[in-house]
Design a binder for this molecule. Structure first.
Ligand code: UT7
Length: 329
């Protein structure tokens, strides 16, 4: 019967740096207030790495926890896929540093870039790899040091972002959390609304790009806000239909944590109560690729996920990209 089993999440881990940057700390750095940040975003604090700590360091810690949870060793891993917009370097891939630090002897390793939707993109690749039989055990990581590309002089962006990492192991399993479907979407016509312009082939790093603060995240907040709500709402409806689910059949939605008001507006449009959405943005802010796997890990630890539950992951971010995944817990 082994051959009937499908790709499943068999282990989960997350890691957050200890250092907390609270709204009150930000009040001392820029012209803002705890009240404004809480009302407009739902964020109270976020985690920030210490000097010298880099994305692969966070990814390693989350990966070790996911591997322990799944009961797999470094020898078992066939593939490492990291989603990040804050790689250790533009190249080589951060996954290669993970391969070395974890000591996986036979794993292929590469990164994917789909910003805040990146974890769901990476999950989809891992799912296909396992379901096709090309490999048995895939490590999927979302890891970010957004503090390194956040402009702490720009109050409209710097209150939002934090650092962290989450990871999952994907294998075929009869007993663990089967990935029922994944859906990926992109619209590059809107690529410039959420961007770090400097450092690529269009604007290679130069004194000018530094002066223009082009190595920091820039976005058109209001546009991103509206597009996130519209696209996530439509994607949840389409995903439910594709899986022959009624919205009431979904036990928990785990959305990318970008703004509490985006999550609330999406749930309101769907006519679903907020209890059906998992939220931890108050503690960590927006951690881009890391937010969904961190949220899965916390939802599980808080007892929000029970065997057989239908869980929908959904994310929206730079690219623009968006994606969803349905998991039978
Ligand atoms: O993963 C995707 C990443 N991107 C996002 O998640 C961004 C999505 N967008 C958002 O979350 C929201 O658009 C923001 C939270 C960024 C902004 O909220 P908003 O309700 O759209 O505020 P706004 O940009 O319209 O600004 C309202 C006012 C402005 O002042 P005036 O022009 O009304 O006098 C801003 O200058 O609030 C001011 N403001 C702030 N005030 C205090 C902007 N940032 C701050 C701040 N503290 N940090």
């Amino acid at each position: 019967m082994q051959h009937n089993h499908r790709a499943s999440i068999t282990g989960i881990g997350s890691y957050l740096p200890n250092k907390i940057l609270s709204n009150y700390d930000l009040e001392k750095m820029i012209d803002t207030s705890n009240e404004w940040i809480v009302q407009r975003t739902g964020i109270r604090e976020r985690r920030i790495v210490d000097d010298g700590v880099i994305t692969s360091d966070l990814g390693v810690q989350a990966s070790l926890r996911a591997m322990e949870d799944a009961g797999v060793s470094a020898q078992d891993i066939d593939m490492i896929i990291t989603s990040t917009i804050t790689p250790d370097h533009i190249f080589p891939a951060t996954s290669c540093y993970l391969q070395h630090k974890l000591g996986t002897p036979k794993a292929g390793a590469f990164d994917i870039l789909a910003a805040c939707s990146g974890f769901i993109y990476a999950l989809a690749i891992g799912e296909s790899f396992v379901n096709s039989g090309a490999g048995k055990t895939v490590l999927v990581v979302g890891a970010e040091c957004l503090s390194k590309i956040t402009d702490y002089k720009d109050r409209s962006t710097c209150v939002l972002f934090g650092d962290g990492a989450g990871a999952v192991i994907i294998q075929k399993s009869a007993t663990k959390h089967e990935i029922l479907s994944t859906t990926l979407v992109a619209d590059g016509s809107q690529a410039d609304v959420l961007i770090m312009p400097g450092g690529g082939s269009k604007y290679p790093s130069s004194p000018e790009t530094i002066q223009q603060r082009a190595h920091y995240i820039q976005f058109k907040g209001k546009e991103v806000f509206k597009l996130a709500i519209n696209n996530m709402t439509n994607l949840i409806l389409e995903t439910a239909e594709k899986n022959s689910l009624k919205l009431e059949d979904i036990d928990l939605i785990i959305p990318h944590q970008s703004n509490m008001r985006i999550i609330e507006a999406t749930m309101e449009r769907l006519g679903l109560p907020m209890e059906k959405a998992f939220v931890n943005i108050d503690k960590y802010g927006n951690t881009s690729s890391a937010s969904v796997p961190i949220a899965i890990d916390e939802a599980r630890k808080e007892g929000r996920l029970k065997r057989g539950d239908i869980v929908m992951l959904v994310a929206f971010g730079g690219g623009l990209t968006w994606g969803s995944s349905v998991i039978r817990w």
